[in-house]
Write a protein that binds this ligand. Sequence first.
Ligand SMILES: [Fe+2]
Length: 220
Amino acid sequence: MKQQSLFPTPLWTARFNDADQLTRWEDRVMVLKAADPIGVQLTNQGAWHSQTTLLQDPGLHELFGWIAAQVHGALSAWGWDLEQARPRFNNAWAVVSRSGDSHGAHIHPNSLFSGVFYLSAPSGSGAIAFLDPRAGALMLQPPLHREAAAREIGRLRLVPETGLLLLFPAWLWHEVELSSCQDPPAVRKVVARAFDHAGACGEEQCVVTARLSKLTSGSG
Ligand SMILES: [Fe+2]
């Protein structure tokens, strides 16, 4: 029989390989952390969570420019007509996790896509886990060979890597498992962001689209 996959859930990945630039962005996040040690409390359990205004930080403009370029390419390849409707960033924040920290399962309401970019991910960094959004699929759990189980088990784990970018639909439930770093100072830093889709150009959307264009051109 011929098999088709209906309603697939995309997960895009990309890698940034300039270690020096990653270190500069990481240093910038640590400056923000030092200036605001309390941060905010959302789904983070123990981890430091920055304010959600990182898009306005000049020290990170090139970072979001690179991310914007990756997003642009992914959505274009997926079939979006970007001449008619362009994505725009909604907000962005940073997280610094240490051993024992985690994030509870959550989605990102009022956004279309969300993503995570790992500025550094030492050994023991908590894995991100994506949860099967198909409630009905959990009713069917036959014995599966290893390869099939990896995609059908209802929970997909990805071990963080320094420089790894993940992009996925904002409605996809995800969580971060406990970090258990062994080597002090065991720190994991994450920049995450969610963004909305901008349709026909209105006043507010024009302002934001201009900002995205600036970021994109700045990244080369
Ligand atoms: Fe998230």
